[in-house]
Design a protein around this ligand. Structure first.
Ligand SMILES: Cc1cc2nc3c(=O)[nH]c(=O)nc-3n(C[C@H](O)[C@H](O)[C@H](O)COP(=O)(O)OP(=O)(O)OC[C@H]3O[C@@H](n4cnc5c(N)ncnc54)[C@H](O)[C@@H]3O)c2cc1C
Length: 407
């Protein structure tokens, strides 16, 4: 990839994610051959771009989307796709940092985005293995059992569907031996590649033009519109541009408190024995945290072991060690599980100091909108971005615009 692109170039992932057993297959998108005028241009063919495109099409806008790799081939393909409303920073901790009211709004917006995404998947009839799930949040070095009780109460006080469950209930629900956990309703799981490809197919049916490989080299905003210079000498001129470039940050963005780190994940062979009865999503109040879910073909996905660097060579060298650590942790947590590794992969991951995303108009760049869905619930944040983008196109104020604003 050329060094003079409008975004940073990164090697986003290594290994074979469970969603791509036959390797990367782009398929969607055509090479750009001529300059184009459009209402909305979106840079990025992952889940963020797909949801933004859906929102713009639903608002009656003409949409062109560009991706330099191919559609659904960036970080989205590496996602373990736990669809959660729970932010990585507990409500009690976030309340101390940004105030109770703002923290409550962030948590509630996240909860309503999961609901909205579930509804959109149903509306469009997307077959992406969506299943509604509960979540078990286990004690760790961020919150111990007493801290989890307080956290559950704080959530319940603002109307979120979380409660503290004791060791016996946790054992019945998950088979896990811990002093207790927070049990929450309203999460989900899905196949992120099927979801994203389904959204792109639906977008194409509604007239969207998908261009790939198409590297956007320059973004030139003016009051009247934005011109994108694309590799090969093509221009895309749009009334609005959305930057959905994931962890390859656009150079016109200088967000504070956001960083790209590294994470690892694995999928077991399909389990012969039955899985935990609730098939809930499981994660820990720890830093870094471990998380687990199941797949429709009875595998266990487990991820975590995050490191604070983004160097891809160091990341790849660590694959055997990190995957072995994940396997051992699974075996300790669930001694009955078949812990043989069938898929393993690693990739870039985004973190923010509050675990909140940055979404909204780009300061100093007229008519440009960006989504930085950094944090453990990146997909939920992509949905929030789609809602906010649609409102912006329609000229409607979003009540949480200031909460998530890019600064
Ligand atoms: C291992 C792992 C596990 C995760 N688990 C979860 C989870 O359980 N739940 C959850 O909600 N989130 C999870 N996430 C986070 C989530 O996957 C991401 O937030 C999400 O996939 C980001 O999607 P995106 O569309 O923003 O980025 P991407 O999918 O990376 O798409 C961005 C696209 O922009 C394109 N692009 C960049 N620059 C240019 C340019 N100059 N011109 C043209 N195209 C360009 C890239 O080629 C890329 O295809 C996880 C991530 C990882 C890596």
């Amino acid at each position: 990839m050329p060094g003079d692109s409008a975004t940073r170039s990164r090697d986003l992932r290594t290994g074979v994610p469970v969603w791509l057993p036959d390797g990367d297959r782009g398929g969607l998108g055509a090479l750009p051959t001529e300059s184009i005028n459009t209402d909305v241009a979106i840079i990025g063919g992952g889940i963020s771009g797909a949801l933004l495109a859906d929102a713009a099409l639903a608002a009656g806008r003409e949409v062109v989307v560009l991706d330099r790799r191919g559609f659904s081939l960036g970080s989205t393909a590496a996602s373990t796709a736990l669809l959660q409303f729970e932010l990585d920073t507990p409500l009690t901790v976030l309340s101390e940092r940004i105030g109770k009211e703002r923290a409550a709004r962030a948590w509630w917006r996240s909860a309503s985005a999961v609901d909205a995404l579930r509804g959109r998947i149903a509306d469009l009839g997307l077959r992406c293995g969506f299943r509604e799930r509960n979540t078990a949040y286990l004690p760790g070095n961020v919150l111990d059992a007493a801290g989890l009780r307080d956290e559950a109460q704080a959530r319940a006080r603002i109307g979120l569907r979380s409660q503290y469950v004791d060791a016996d209930a946790l054992r019945d629900l998950t088979g896990i031996e811990r002093p207790g956990a927070i049990w929450s309703a309203g999460a989900g799981e899905l196949d992120p590649v099927k979801l994203t490809r389904g959204l792109w197919r639906s977008a194409v049916d509604r007239g969207a033009r998908l261009l790939a490989p198409a590297d956007v080299l320059d973004i030139a905003p003016t009051r009247q519109g934005v011109t994108l210079s694309v590799e090969g000498g093509i221009e895309v001129r749009a009334k609005h541009v959305a930057l959905a470039t994931g962890y390859e940050l656009a150079k016109i963005l200088k967000p504070k408190g956001y960083k790209v780190i590294t994470t690892w994940a694995m999928a077991t062979w399909p389990q012969k024995r039955s899985l935990w009865p609730s098939r809930c999503l499981i994660w820990e109040a720890a830093d870094p945290y471990l998380y687990l879910r199941t797949t429709l073909d009875n595998r266990i996905l487990i991820g975590g072991e995050d490191e604070e660097f983004s160097d891809d060579q160091a990341r790849d060298r660590l694959i055997p060690r990190k995957i072995e650590t994940l396997r051992r942790k699974l075996s300790k947590l669930m001694p009955e599980a078949d812990d043989r590794v069938d898929f393993s992969w690693t990739g870039c991951f985004g973190a923010s100091s509050t675990s909140m995303p940055a979404i909204g108009p780009v300061p100093g760049a007229e008519r440009c909108f960006a989504v930085l869905g950094y944090g453990g619930n990146g997909i939920t944040f992509s949905m929030i971005a789609a809602q906010m983008f649609q409102r912006m196109l329609l000229g409607i104020d979003d009540p949480d615009a200031e909460l998530f604003a890019l600064r």
